[in-house]
Design a protein around this ligand. Structure first.
Ligand SMILES: Nc1ncnc2c1ncn2[C@@H]1O[C@H](COP(=O)(O)OP(=O)(O)OP(=O)(O)O)[C@@H](O)[C@H]1O
Ligand SMILES: [Mg+2]
Length: 479
């Protein structure tokens, strides 16, 4: 319960309010008390002045008469008057019968008298031992010339007042402060609930949405209207969800590609296997003893084994390249040497089909790359050009330095590739004419391998073609 943000905020508000309230109450009470005390002090001093004037004016010397008028005065004002001589003996007290005065303690050590002896006036506040009511005492050193008789020794006049009334005032003030405090607390509580709700509601909204996202609903976006940290949080979660969504889509695509690849692979493997099986079975059933067909069937079966072998090599190659297992070894090498080698390899094949092969000599160009992989690239492209084009056509290879790179192109004037096939020829197993290319031994992996190798060299390969006119493949390499 205490864990929620709402409760934390409310609790903080209330504690804060409580501390403020208590400090305010303490300050008010202290200020009030000292103000009231100051007022009482000046009232009592005033009283002492009145009494001293009275003493000076009505100096009859009659002790009893003076006591009577003092007593009268006290009944009216509630202010008790005490007259004390220089050594602390109480000479007269408005509340003590004259005959009882001799039982009173000496007053010289009373704090207010002590202070009056030093500074002329003094004040003190203390509990009366008999009534346990707090009294406020003010004393003043006086010098009234011409005092007669028993009153002649008066040195200090002291006036005192019970603080009961003041304490009652303060108590009622306390009650008022308490009421105000309770009202303030209720208001603050309402305010704190309002404020914390404003903070925690969008957070709860975010939590609900995040839960939904974690259940797989990655398309979900969190809307927050404010422009504060909750908005930042929502934005971060939104971009996270978006990222996950893209990743999931990519993973699904990859899974699809893989299963398609597997389907293609098994299909491609099945064809030569079934053919082999058919030839071998026919041979076993007796054809092996028929000299007219036995060698032919065996060599056909062998051709299918060869094809299977090619296919598996290509598959291993492409999966190695795609998984990044195959590391290329880059170095500078002479393109002329490479071209010479290719020319030697394809010379016979091209001549058989009466295809002219134009390969540059003495270009003097050095390129940076993996020589044997690049040889594979050229071989695959030239192999295709010879394989798919009719007799009497021409294949032209060219290399042209551009800035810091060399552009290579392999151009033929053969059958071309129709526009609908052109964007797909670099896909694995893609063949334009499935039946014909199977006859010619193609698996549709050659261009996929070419594309991977060229890309591993930080370049791209492009194919341009017009059906019936010819095809050109081109790519760049670093000089
Ligand atoms: N020079 C070209 N002229 C016309 N068609 C081409 C040419 N090069 C490639 N093609 C077409 O593109 C398809 C894909 O070629 P790719 O080299 O990937 O596969 P393949 O030659 O069939 O098989 P593999 O090269 O794996 O033995 C070919 O089947 C062919 O139809
Ligand atoms: Mg090929």
């Amino acid at each position: 319960m205490i864990r929620s943000i709402r409760n934390k905020i409310s609790l903080t508000y209330i504690l804060f309010a409580l501390v403020t309230l208590i400090s305010v109450a303490v300050i008010i009470e202290y200020e009030l008390e000292s103000q009231i005390e100051d007022n009482i002090e000046s009232e009592l001093l005033n009283e002492i002045d009145i009494i001293s004037h009275y003493l000076a004016d009505s100096n009859t010397g009659s002790f009893l008469h003076t006591y009577e008028s003092f007593h009268q005065h006290t009944v009216q004002t509630q202010i008790r008057i005490t007259a004390i001589d220089s050594i602390g003996t109480v000479l007269l007290d408005s509340e003590v019968e004259p005959q009882l005065l001799r039982f009173l303690e000496n007053h010289r050590t009373r704090p207010e008298i002590n202070l009056a002896a030093i500074y002329g006036t003094g004040r003190d506040k203390r509990m009366s031992k008999s009534t346990s009511i707090e009294y406020f005492y003010v004393a003043k050193k006086i010098d009234i010339p011409g005092l007669k008789g028993d009153l002649a020794g008066i040195k200090y006049l002291r006036a005192s007042l019970s603080l009961q009334k003041m304490q009652e005032q303060i108590s009622s003030m306390r009650v008022k402060i308490a009421y105000a405090g309770i009202i303030a607390m209720i208001l603050i509580l309402i305010l704190s609930i309002f404020v914390s709700e404003r903070i925690s509601k969008p957070l709860r909204n975010i939590i609900t949405k995040v839960n939904e996202i974690s259940r797989g609903n990655y398309n979900l976006q969190i809307d927050v209207t404010s422009h504060d940290e909750t908005r930042m949080l929502a934005d971060s979660i939104n971009s996270l969800a978006k990222q996950i969504n893209t990743d999931v889509i990519e993973l699904e695509r990859l899974a699809k590609v893989r299963s398609q690849f597997l389907a293609n692979v098994s299909h491609e493997l099945r064809t030569p296997l079934f053919s082999m099986q058919a030839f071998l079975e026919t041979l076993l059933k007796g054809a092996i003893n028929d000299p007219a067909v036995n060698t032919k069937y065996l060599s056909k079966a062998l051709a299918h084994v060869d094809r299977l072998n090619f296919l598996l090599n290509d598959l291993i190659e492409i999966s190695r390249i795609e998984s990044g297992e195959l590391k290329l070894s880059f170095r500078y090498f002479s393109i002329d040497e490479l071209f010479q080698q290719i020319s030697d390899t394809f010379k016979v094949l091209a001549e058989q089909k009466q295809i002219t092969l134009e390969i540059p000599k003495n270009s003097g160009i050095q390129v940076y790359g993996d020589r044997s992989r690049l040889q594979q690239v050229f071989s695959n492209l030239i192999d295709n050009a010879i394989k798919y084009n009719p007799e009497g056509t021409c294949i032209k290879i060219s290399c042209k330095p551009i800035d810091k790179s060399v552009q290579f192109s392999i151009e033929d004037n053969g059958i071309g590739i129709a526009a609908e096939h052109l964007p797909r020829i670099f896909e694995r197993f893609y063949r334009v004419d499935k039946e014909r290319s199977r006859e010619t031994g193609g698996t549709g992996l050659g261009l996929a391998i070419v594309k991977h190798i060229v890309e591993a060299h930080g370049s791209t390969i492009t194919a341009t073609s017009t059906a019936g006119t010819g095809t050109t493949f081109s790519f760049c390499l670093k000089k």
